[in-house]
Design a binder for this molecule. Structure first.
Ligand code: MEV
Length: 445
């Protein structure tokens, strides 16, 4: 293998990148046409996809799925979902249909403020700096109006700027801690531009103000960046019904047992970190699938969600259950920041379609839909876990993956699926069974 360091790879065109890949790994020449099968036949669309990132050699398709029957605040929606994990969409669809018959999902937005920080070092008296801060804040706001004017027209802008002295982290370390309202945009560029401008204005203040003494003019900006932790951008969603309605065709005792085990599962997730992480992973199965479909930054959403899960000093499950007066209520509260304009949402053709499917939601509506997707995913998972277990559903989906891996012809699949309905699915078991097909009629069966 040629292991030489490549210079200027980013300047290569797609063909050159593919050639380099083939050369480095010794792939066959037919790799070129194979990679091309993942390309869109519409060159304009392919260019949009390629431009989302750097150095593409082809696209990497995931299924774009629909989960119907999501009734959210009385509105009946299809949820567009992108997930590579089998049974995520099936579980969401089942749960949506289940709750559609029981009043649907309820949701409310509790806040939308986003955050950013300028981290800096200044070698002076913190009390004195605090006394200068009203004047500094006015300068920061005045000198960023060229950035904020448009956002203010839309009802957003800078909502607060605070000065924090944090010497326990670093000697002479301060933060400008700023709040932003970015309306329907995720607002990352807006926030980061404002923060970088704050940094410049702050340095200029120290350099030029006659209130700062000659030895204290130096202000070192460490960095200026938004925070993906947005505890003031929060959403809540819940479902509720009399618990006798939870299990169709089951006795009152069976329902009670189910409710009790469901509640126990939630309590465990609220205290045991090993369970909490898996519990929340299941929640993000739903949230991420909707985030990816709508072109939102699922890493930011996850990071924020997990930090929020640890807000009380220990990491905990994000859902809560309340059993009261014969009613079952499952709720989720999340810190979450999303955008519905700009970014990938505005350019990716399927993200645009996803927004259309969701009836062009506002950012607040999309926050609620994401919380609903997380709640639905959690309900589906915990319901299965405390009753039949998750392997039954997982293995059904897993079987289709195995059938694909083994290239089983379409006309043989139904019979194999039927055979495995009451058996444990594994790659080797399916392979064995498939081999037995070849023996049929040979006298060896
Ligand atoms: C699997 O992707 C997600 C679950 O593990 C979630 C959970 O355990 O709650 C089923």
């Amino acid at each position: 293998m040629d292991n030489s360091i490549i210079k200027g790879f980013s300047k290569y065109n797609k063909q050159q990148r593919i050639d380099a890949l083939i050369k480095r790994y010794g792939f066959q020449e037919d790799m070129v046409s194979w990679l091309a099968t993942f390309e869109n036949s519409d060159a304009v669309i392919q260019k949009i996809i390629d431009d989302l990132s750097e150095n593409p050699v082809c696209s990497f398709p995931f299924p774009f799925s629909i989960a119907p029957n999501f009734v959210v605040k009385g509105k009946n929606l299809f949820f567009p979902l992108v997930s590579e994990e089998s049974s995520v969409v099936a579980a969401l669809s089942n749960t949506a249909g289940f709750w559609a018959k029981r009043g649907g999902f309820h949701a409310e937005v509790l806040g939308t403020e986003k955050k950013g920080q300028v981290h800096f070092i200044w070698n002076g008296n913190p009390g004195y700096l605090q006394s200068l801060f009203p004047e500094i804040r006015s300068k920061l706001l005045a000198e960023s109006t060229f950035l904020t004017a448009k956002m203010e027209e839309r009802g957003g802008g800078i909502t607060s700027i605070e000065l924090k002295f944090l010497p326990h982290i670093l000697p002479n370390y301060y933060q400008l801690d700023a709040g932003f309202e970015t309306c329907d945009a995720m607002g990352a560029n807006f926030i980061n531009s404002c923060l970088e401008q704050f940094g410049k204005s702050l340095q200029e203040y120290f350099l030029t103000s006659e209130k700062v003494s000659a030895g204290q003019r130096e202000c070192e900006i460490i960095m200026a960046i938004l925070s993906n932790y947005t505890p003031e951008s929060r959403v809540r969603a819940w479902v509720e019904c009399p618990f006798a309605d939870l299990l169709e065709g089951k006795t009152a005792e069976e329902c009670e047992l189910f409710v009790r085990k469901f509640e126990q599962a939630i309590r465990i997730s609220q205290t045991d970190v090993s369970r909490a992480v898996t519990h929340n992973k299941g929640i993000f199965n739903g949230i991420d699938a909707l985030a990816v479909a709508t072109g939102n930054d699922f890493r930011a959403i996850e990071a924020c969600g997990h930090a929020f899960a640890a807000r009380n000093g220990h990491y905990s499950g994000l859902t809560d259950v309340l059993i009261q007066e014969g009613k079952f209520r499952l709720s989720i509260e999340l810190a979450l920041a999303v955008g519905v304009v700009g970014g990938v949402t505005a350019v990716h053709p399927l993200a645009k379609l996803a927004m259309q499917i969701l009836d062009h939601p506002t950012a607040k509506e999309l926050m609620m839909y994401m919380a609903v997707a997380g709640l639905a995913s959690n309900f589906g998972a915990v319901k299965a876990l405390v009753s039949v277990g998750i392997q039954q559903g997982h293995m059904k989906m897993h079987l289709s993956n195995i059938l694909n891996q083994l290239n089983i012809p379409e006309d043989k699949r139904a019979e194999i699926q039927q055979y495995f309905q009451d058996k444990t699915v594994s790659f080797s078991a399916v392979e064995e069974y498939w081999k037995s097909f070849g023996l049929r009629g040979s006298g060896f069966e």
